[in-house]
Design a binder for this molecule. Structure first.
Ligand SMILES: Cc1cc2nc3c(=O)[nH]c(=O)nc-3n(C[C@H](O)[C@H](O)[C@H](O)COP(=O)(O)O)c2cc1C
Length: 209
């Protein structure tokens, strides 16, 4: 019997799409640089398997293979700084994703400035437009990667992206997205939260440039 939607319409049995091997094919995703320090050793690792997982308390996740040099720094210290990546930082970000802290000092190799984080005293990347200072809430072993669930303890935003009203304007940050192996600049604004049901006043105000 033909399957139906809740409204009673027939569900088409024809999937006119190619079927790919199951993979973590969620795209696009953010790409971030995670900085950490333990027992006097610091490192930066590039991570694309990251996401927002809770609003209150504020929590994000990063998934990291046990084989990464930075894995032990984060696990043993219980602290990490998640640094958002601007276009200006992208080459350094890529380098931190293809070289290991076992072989090079990534702060020295990239010329990025380690700034002590206010709460935990771990290195944050000074040039990053937004730094999220985090503590590890739990670590979940998933298979290839371990997911670090992180509490966001501090958020620091470059003065260059604060607007006249004192609010952070991420349009000014030039943030980068990662999609299927390639880095992208964010494009034009297509809408805003709730714009599909917004009144004419809000539409005019929010789309005015
Ligand atoms: C764009 C990009 C995204 C990456 N995402 C992840 C990730 O989510 N998790 C992970 O464990 N490694 C990821 N990597 C690989 C690590 O960044 C890479 O192995 C790095 O050299 C590890 O550094 P470390 O040994 O100093 O910790 C990514 C690399 C790139 C270039």
């Amino acid at each position: 019997m033909m399957k139906k939607t809740a409204a009673g319409a027939d569900l088409s049995p024809n999937l006119a799409k190619d079927t790919l091997k199951p993979s973590a094919f969620l795209n696009p995703v953010p790409v971030v640089m995670c900085s950490a320090q333990h027992a006097g050793v610091s490192d930066i690792i590039t991570v694309a398997w990251c996401g927002t997982v809770n609003s209150d308390p504020p929590m994000i996740s990063v998934s990291i293979r046990k084989s990464r040099y930075s894995y032990d720094l984060i696990k043993n210290s219980g602290k990490v700084c998640v640094n958002l990546v601007s276009e200006a930082l992208l080459k350094a970000c890529d380098l931190c994703g293809v070289r290991s802290g076992r072989d090079i000092d990534k702060f020295a190799a990239t010329g990025l400035t380690p700034v002590s984080s206010p709460i935990h005293g771990i290195p944050m990347i000074g040039e990053s437009p937004v730094n999220l200072e985090c503590s590890v809430d739990r670590v979940i072993e998933l298979g290839s990667h371990d997911m670090f669930l992180l509490n966001v303890d501090g958020v620091y935003v470059s003065g260059a992206i604060i607007d006249a009203g004192g609010k952070a304007d991420l349009k000014k940050a030039g943030l980068v997205a990662y999609c299927h192996g390639e880095y992208y600049a964010l494009g034009e604004i297509l809408g805003f939260f709730g714009y599909s049901v917004a009144g004419a006043d809000a539409l005019a105000r929010r789309t005015r440039r």
